[in-house]
Design a protein. Structure first.
Length: 281
């Protein structure tokens, strides 16, 4: 019995070629603003150098990549920018985040919110309410300073050190409630904890009697869009619950950011135990 060799169709060959071209684009995008040479690209993707060179040549011809004659290295070109800007225009962050808010409510039982940063304030733009009879709701469109409450602190902690210094130097740390952090020293310690754990905790800092956890959402550039949170009556937000809900919002915020094109190195998210700052109120 003889067997007939399987010959790949034109469509499968084209798909394979497209896949390899996308691999090349993605590795150059991941390394930006660093540029890469053909040898490094071929080695990291496991491609023959001749194949990598052919793909690169085609992408340069289409202006998707730029080639530096002096360094012999490649970087993203105008074509990539055009596609990237079109993708950004098509993105509606609240629409993307909505299904994650629904999932958070289903998993935790608490109200989930989305806030957007506006300068030194942030504004609630969406929420999905808890099914509990006793639950928390927020007023959409209201603005709050970046030092009061978990949604605000998550945003502030995600900003650069320079921006944090600017906020502390120029914005009054006014008490919104008796539990609001009004000391720059204590706030810096709190921001360090948020960066370390990946989420912020509030117990009555913005609204007396309310507890919440939140994590920042970023654009593809790394700039902060805003934050998502879980919130409810303070007595339900024990240290153990804050740790569990904090892990949930941190994971959801990372997924939303990923859909917006943000890529970050893996970070350890605390999922248990108590924290001196989280239990200070």
């Amino acid at each position: 019995m003889t067997t007939t060799p399987v010959i790949a169709s034109d469509a499968s060959r084209a798909r394979s070629g497209l896949g390899r071209a996308l691999d090349v684009i993605n590795i150059i995008a991941d390394r930006a603003p660093e540029s890469l040479g053909v040898s490094a690209i071929a080695r990291e993707l496991g491609l023959p150098k001749a194949v990598a060179h052919r793909i690169l040549k085609e992408l340069v011809a289409d202006e998707f990549l730029n080639f530096d004659e002096e360094t012999k290295r490649y970087r993203l070109g105008a074509g990539a920018l055009t596609v990237g800007l079109a993708a950004l225009r098509a993105m509606n962050v609240p629409d993307i985040a909505r299904r994650y808010l629904v999932r958070l409510v289903r998993t935790s039982g608490e109200t989930a919110t989305l806030s957007v940063r506006q300068g030194w304030y942030r504004v609630y733009v969406d929420q999905v309410l808890s099914s509990h009879e006793v639950r928390m709701s927020v007023s959409l469109g209201t603005s709050h300073p970046l030092h009061s409450g978990s949604s605000s602190k998550a945003i502030l902690a995600a900003l650069s050190d320079t921006e944090v210094d600017d906020y502390l130097d120029n914005q009054p740390l006014e008490a919104v409630t008796p539990s609001t952090i009004t000391s720059a020293i204590q706030l810096r310690a709190e921001l360090a904890r948020i960066r370390r754990h990946g989420y912020a905790v509030s117990k009555g800092e913005r609204q007396s009697g309310a507890g919440s956890v939140a994590a920042a959402v970023r654009y593809s550039t790394g700039q902060v869009f805003g934050s998502i949170s879980l919130c409810g009556p303070q007595d339900r937000f024990t240290p153990e619950v804050c740790a569990a809900h904090g892990a949930l919002v941190a994971a959801a915020a990372a997924e939303i950011s990923g859909e917006l094109g943000f890529r970050a190195p893996a970070q350890r998210i605390a999922t248990g135990g108590t924290d001196p700052v989280a239990t200070r109120h």
